[in-house]
Design a protein around this ligand. Structure first.
Ligand SMILES: *[C@@H]1O[C@H](CO)[C@@H](O)[C@H](O)[C@H]1NC(C)=O
Ligand SMILES: *[C@@H]1O[C@H](CO)[C@@H](O)[C@H](O)[C@H]1NC(C)=O
Ligand SMILES: *[C@@H]1O[C@H](CO)[C@@H](O)[C@H](O)[C@H]1NC(C)=O
Ligand SMILES: *[C@@H]1O[C@H](CO)[C@@H](O)[C@H](O)[C@H]1NC(C)=O
Length: 509
């Protein structure tokens, strides 16, 4: 008991008398020694009792009477006293501390802690951890504290948080049980949701004090979320709180129950580059008014395989720009990244990633993937940053109304850094705001085909609307190929030949 000092005595006495469990008492006495929390519950109780006895020799009974606030009897396991299982409310409160072994324990009753509602009592015993460990993966535990229990602590940072203490006890036990090390930085987390119906409504008085804190939210069953309660507790004046809530808190009749255990793994990210060889494939699912217009998409052709291998719950696809449904993406392809939410498998060797890429390549001739690799969340930013400054190269097949000869188009090759004014294209006006944007065509290279056709290769600033630069969009893009040639021109085919972003890094395969 080296961590408790003389100055703690009064607090220990007060809390113990109020029905607070030893581990919670440690928290409020700011005991930071993790190992101390891990001692068996009954030893802790014995030690606390010894501690109090220290200079209270006259108090030779193991029953401490605390007169104020509410008079409570606190009974210890090995006393000679007769059974006294009635608590203040006249209800039975016998909860076996450990369900097995010795007879001495049989006689012991443990009051449900009036602060943690039993989370640091029953739920830290090895039997409970065993229940948890049936779930295969478990590394760390997050306690959702029952609402309203924060009243006494009033969010003092130097108090050991309930969930910290819980973790200190649970981590080594889980580690031992599962034979895996626990790591505070692991992406794998186990959430234990505790419920305590008996005290569910205790925090409701806060709503009258701080109505602003409790706004109905979508997807929330109750307005009394943990964050809302914390916010209200920060706002409420101490005296108002004391008017509404007994201090120390009343002892509950029942232990809280572990409602559910959720195992989650933080998202992992996979990046690569894709080629699209089809002029009939959208990048993302094309659904209008709930009706599917085309059967597949780049996103789905790639993600379905990743979802299967990573066994994730869902995904989030992003890419460096996008192409129209009728535009192919050739060359080295377009960088993309996929966030895999709550994956159940996360370790893949470079070989396995290559195999996965092969599977994707084999599954469709509409798309191909290269440089498929695991990346960090932060690295995704590289794909998005400076997107506007990057260049893209295209190849366009162009039709002209009046006949052309080679010499009519040759001058295009000499135009450098051509500035365009582009009004938002008519075809995207329904989803983009009307705006005038300036874009640059860095270089062009023409290739004569016949009297009405030529191919134009363009190197442009990212974000340039190429189709509009070719046909002019009723004069909304100026200048345009039609205005430069004094002809009506239209675009028949467009391919992206390169997206000049050096991310993700090329892999040699
Ligand atoms: C999906 O990814 C984009 C870009 O990385 C991000 O802005 C967005 O918040 C993500 N959406 C979800 C639901 O994770
Ligand atoms: C998949 O296809 C791309 C594009 O053709 C190619 O670069 C890459 O090497 C292929 N990967 C595998 C593993 O087949
Ligand atoms: C992909 O196709 C090639 C050639 O048909 C085949 O040899 C290979 O085993 C396939 N790989 C996968 C992962 O499907
Ligand atoms: C287009 O017309 C302008 C003005 O009439 C003329 O200067 C220019 O040479 C013409 N260009 C072509 C490619 O015919």
């Amino acid at each position: 008991m080296s961590s408790l000092t003389e100055k703690d005595r009064a607090i220990v006495q007060l809390l113990l008398g109020a029905g607070t469990c030893p581990r919670c008492i440690f928290r409020f006495c700011r005991v930071g020694s993790q190992t101390l929390y891990r001692h068996p519950y009954k030893d802790l109780m014995k030690d606390l009792k010894q501690f109090l006895k220290g200079n209270q020799e006259k108090e030779d009974t193991t029953c401490f009477d605390v007169a104020d606030p509410p008079c409570k009897r606190f009974r210890l396991g090995h006393t000679e006293e007769g059974p006294d299982d009635l608590n203040r409310n006249g209800a039975l409160s016998q909860i076996p501390l450990v369900s097995d072994d010795n007879a001495a324990v049989e006689d012991s009753s443990v009051e449900v802690c009036n602060v943690c509602l039993g989370i640091l009592q029953e739920f830290c015993e090895i039997d409970f951890v065993k229940k948890l460990s049936v779930r295969e993966h478990a590394a760390w535990l997050l306690v959702k504290q029952e609402m309203g229990k924060l009243g006494l602590s009033l969010a003092k940072d130097d108090i050991v948080q309930l969930k910290e203490a819980y973790k200190w006890i649970i981590h080594p036990q889980l580690s031992e049980e599962l034979g895996v090390p626990t790591d505070g930085k692991s992406l794998f987390e186990v959430s234990v949701v505790f419920a305590h119906p008996e005290t569910d409504e205790e925090c409701h008085f806060l709503a009258t004090v701080c109505p602003d804190c409790f706004k109905p939210a979508k997807n929330k069953q109750s307005v009394f979320t943990r964050m809302a309660v914390i916010k209200a507790l920060e706002k409420i004046k101490e005296e108002d709180f004391l008017k509404h809530f007994p201090c120390p808190p009343r002892s509950p009749k029942n232990l809280c129950v572990a409602l559910e255990i959720q195992c989650n793994n933080g998202a992992v990210f996979v990046a690569g580059r894709y080629n699209k060889y089809s002029r009939n494939l959208p990048q993302t699912p094309w659904i209008i008014d709930g009706e599917r217009k085309l059967e597949s998409s780049v996103e789905e052709l790639i993600s379905e395989h990743l979802m299967a291998e990573f066994k994730a719950d869902s995904f989030n696809f992003s890419s460096s720009g996008r192409e129209d449904v009728d535009v192919r993406t050739l060359g080295n392809g377009r960088p993309f990244a996929i966030e895999l939410v709550n994956p159940h498998r996360i370790h893949f060797t470079a070989e396995e990633m290559k195999g996965l890429q092969q599977t994707i390549n084999n599954s469709s001739d509409k798309i191909q993937v290269r440089d498929l690799q695991l990346v960090t969340r932060e690295a995704i930013g590289r794909m998005k940053e400076g997107e506007e400054e990057k260049t893209k190269t295209y190849s366009a097949l162009i039709w002209t109304d009046k006949t052309i000869q080679k010499e009519h188009i040759a001058f295009l090759d000499n135009i450098k850094e051509l500035k365009l004014d582009q009004n938002t294209p008519l075809r995207v006006l329904h989803r983009r705001p009307l705006a005038l944007r300036c874009r640059i065509i860095h270089t062009m290279k023409s290739e004569y085909i016949d009297e009405h056709h030529f191919r134009l290769r363009l190197k442009t600033q990212a974000g340039t609307y190429i189709k509009e630069f070719v046909h002019g969009d009723f004069g909304r893009t100026k200048p345009n190929i039609g205005s430069l040639l004094n002809r009506t021109t239209d675009i028949l085919e467009l391919d992206v030949e390169s997206v000049d972003i050096d991310w993700p890094p090329a892999l040699d395969n």
